[in-house]
Design a protein around this ligand. Sequence first.
Ligand code: XMP
Length: 316
Amino acid sequence: DWTAAHIVDELVAQVQEQVGEGRVLLGISGGVDSSTLALLLARAVGERLTAVFIDHGLLRLGEREQVEHALRPLGVNLVTVDASEVFLSALAGVGDPEEKRKIIGREFIRAFEREARIHGPFDFLAQGTLYPDVIESAGGEGAANIKSHHNVGGLPADLQFKLVEPFRTLFKDEVREIALLLGLPEEIRTRHPFPGPGLAIRILGDITREKIDILQRVDDIFISALREFGLYDQAWQALAVLTPIQSVGVMGDERTYRHLVALRAVTSVDGMTAEWARLPYEFLDTVSLRIVNHVHEVSRVVYDITGKPPATIEWE
Ligand code: XMP
């Protein structure tokens, strides 16, 4: 019968058998799947796992530290890399959403390959592929297919690995149960999905360090308040968007001309369709006040009341 404890023992044994004395490389995104996989692999192969977390400078406030504090005390040999300089210079002046995604994807692979060489050689590459990804890629052009193509098929000859995919037979809620058992802190275990390109697709238009800084502070106020009011788990995903629109405001007897930010929270099952979350007015009021009082670059806050379809969840 399926119990988390039983499946953990089984997965650990399977990994040990597959990997033997080999060394394993794992990319960490900060999400629940890769973090849980790191904990499982650490249990199975200890120091022969190297987990690499690339910080592209487009993460949420304190996210890198959060991952470090979650994984290192539990025995994960974690390498974190501040690659923000490289990513932000490659993105300078780029406003097109798809172009941003392409640049980030390309730089991500480069940064990961560099770390693989520095810390290698490795025999195995671990991936948090889940059962639904396996099904999807069996159809041909599924998401996992594209992902693994990038990660493995696209790598240079001196960086060819065998794949370790212990979660291939699991669903997301099963991974969450394993995460609980392995001691992954709640704030990561129950975290909303966060896109790979991070805040880059939540800053409309071109990206600067200043804009990232503004959006990180706005996002932090919104997400912290959701947790504080007990509303976080009711939303499937919640996010803030920094728009290039400047809007007039008043501060004392001065007119200001500052950023418009949008807040979005949705309910959903899988992100394919979504409804805007009916957050209480009092909550929205509190968040709006906190944002304009604490983030002086912002003069106006709006709440997105569009479903998907027709709108996507992200604004870019
Ligand atoms: P949309 O905006 O398409 O988002 O309704 C659906 C889900 O996908 C996430 N998303 C991405 N995730 N890279 C990712 O890893 C991307 O480029 C990307 N674009 C959207 C989005 O956050 C939501 O969970």
